[in-house]
Design a binder for this molecule. Structure first.
Ligand code: DAH
Length: 346
């Protein structure tokens, strides 16, 4: 029957047409050609009502088979195109695991923080605790309670930045002494306090308007100058080498009595004399002393019961001596070339 043959041919032609298709647009067009309103199947359907019931049954069957065949051919082609697309994407996005990886630039701890950490290690090992205080300090704690009343000449050396008459950027870490004493209410104390301090100094190779100090305070029964000397010797040896010696010279600080200036034997020449120690064999490193009775009393301690020592060390000064840095400004300019010199495997 010719209509049946027509349909069989249509199926073959449709398959051939789908086989030639190269992309999804062409495929959509071919689908419309063969299965759409203007396609051969639609034409046969339109003609159905002119057929006898017998013919209709047969033509109906054949056209269903044809329609299914064309649909299958379409689905197969669509799958083929999709697979091709996915494979192309996979090919494109393939990661070459043999390629060398990125090198990550590892940072380094800042030499000042390293210096503080080294000192903290030493003191924590000796039973000290770490105390902190605010950088915006009151005149009371920064000066008054350290025996530097208003108008005291020693205040001149610590001119700082004032926020108002009572508040200022602390010029030393010593106020943490008074704060801790008030907190501990007459009990023994063994603390260090590292932190930032400020002074109204013009910046140059050895001065900075902002720098760091580490304060130490030890209070208890029967604490003597010998204990202070032991503490100072251990810090000198930890920071500058086990062969170092220390020398104490009389000095003056309002908050200690007696007060000393502490020199460390020059690590560069071993004490013989060289340009670093200006030929003396000694380098001045920190200030210290036995806590002044007035300071103890002002913060509620009874000097007859409890005494002790205090010291204050400039962190930059220690780091400069230790690492041979000649300009303090190097610490603050964040030049990677400078900082990289202190890279340590951690
Ligand atoms: N606060 C002093 C300064 O900044 C350093 C200092 C000296 C601290 C003697 C002390 C000390 O605790 O006992 O110059």
């Amino acid at each position: 029957m010719s209509m049946k043959e027509d349909l069989e041919r249509a199926l073959e032609d449709a398959k051939a047409a789908f086989a030639r298709v190269k992309d999804k647009i062409e495929l959509a067009n071919e689908k419309a050609n063969w299965l759409g309103k203007k396609g051969p199947l639609a034409a046969i359907m339109a003609n159905m009502r002119n057929l006898t019931a017998e013919e209709r049954k047969e033509v109906g069957q054949v056209s269903n088979i044809t329609k299914q065949g064309i649909s299958d051919a379409y689905d197969a082609k669509l799958k083929e195109l999709n697979d091709k697309e996915i494979n192309a994407r996979i090919e494109q996005e393939k990661i070459d695991i043999t390629m060398p990886g990125y090198t990550f630039k590892k940072g380094t701890i800042h030499p000042l923080m390293q210096t503080i950490e080294d000192m903290e290690d030493l003191f924590i090992g000796q039973g000290y605790e770490i105390a902190e205080g605010p950088e915006i300090e009151t005149d009371t704690y920064c000066f008054e309670k350290l025996n530097l009343p208003k108008g005291h000449p020693a205040r001149d050396m610590q001119d700082t930045f004032y926020i108002d008459a009572e508040r200022l950027l602390r010029s030393q870490t010593s106020p943490v002494q008074a704060r801790t004493m008030e907190l501990k209410e007459g009990k023994p104390i063994k603390i260090i306090c590292p932190g930032k301090v400020y002074r109204r100094d013009a910046d140059d190779a050895t001065h900075s308007h902002q720098f760091m100090q580490m304060e130490g305070l030890v209070l208890g029964k029967n604490i003597t100058m010998a204990d202070l000397k032991g503490a100072l010797l251990s810090i000198a040896r930890k920071m500058f080498g086990e062969e170092r010696e220390i020398r104490l010279r009389p000095s003056y600080f309002p908050f200690t009595e007696p007060s000393v200036e502490v020199d460390v034997s020059c690590a560069r020449c071993g004490g013989k004399g060289c340009p670093t120690c200006k030929g003396t064999g000694w380098i001045e490193v920190l200030g210290a002393g036995m806590v002044n009775n007035r300071v103890l009393e002002m913060s509620g301690y009874d000097p007859k019961e409890i005494q002790g020592f205090a010291f204050g060390v400039g962190v930059e000064r220690v780091a400069m001596l230790k690492y041979g840095i000649d300009d303090i400004r190097n610490f603050y300019t964040n030049d990677i070339r400078f900082l990289d010199e202190f890279k340590e495997e951690r």
